[in-house]
Write a new protein. Sequence first.
Lengths: 117, 109
Amino acid sequence: NAGVTQTPKFQVLKTGQSMTLQCAQDMNHEYMSWYRQDPGMGLRLIHYSVGAGITDQGEVPNGYNVSRSTTEDFPLRLLSAAPSQTSVYFCASSYSSQAKFSGNTIYFGEGSWLTVV
Amino acid sequence: KNQVEQSPQSLIILERKNCTLQCNYTVSPFSNLRWYKQDTGRGPVSLTIMTFSENTKSNGRYTATLDADTKQSSLHITASQLSDSASYICVVSANDMRFGAGTRLTVKP
C-alpha cells in the first residue's frame, strides 16, 4: 500500500512548455484533488474529482487541466507554463467524496516542486 | 483576508518544552476542523479531526481543542521532541476546505 504517489518530485520548465504531473493512489479512494502551496499562503485547491469521469474546478483552476479516466489516477496538466505557476503541488485523496464534510482522513502525496523560468 | 488565521507564524522552543499553536477562523457554516503536520519537503499528514460537537481530541502528545462559539482552535504539543520540528496547518471545512498558512515550529536541543 503506497498511499498517494506523485511524480516527478522536481521539475524545471521553460515558459510556454507543457507538462503533466502524475498522481496515483492505491486505496480505492473516490475523492482526489490537486493543491498548490505557495510561501505564506495556505494550500489552494486547483481541481478535484469525486469519481472516475467526474472533475470540477477549485479555487485556482486557470492554466491547469485534469482528467479522471480511472479511480487510481488523477493527472494534472499545465497547458502553457508561466512563472506564476512556480509552486509546490500536492495531490490528495480520500475515501469519501464528502471528505470536506465528513471525518474521513485526507491523504496527501509527497509533493512536486515545479519551477517555471 | 484569509478565513483561517494561524499564529504565531513561527516558533522556536527547546526540546521537552510544551507549546500551543493557535487557529482562528471565520469560515461558516462550520463542518469540521483538522490539524496537519508537514515536515520540510514532505506532504501534510493528518493529526486530528474535530467536528462541531467535539471540543478536544488527542493524538499522542498532540492535543487539539475547539471552541466553535469563538471560532478558535489550538494545538498543544507536550514534551516536545526534535522530530516535532515541522509546519502545522489548520484546515477548516464549511462548503469547502480552507487552509491556514501554517505555523513553523522549530524544536532545538
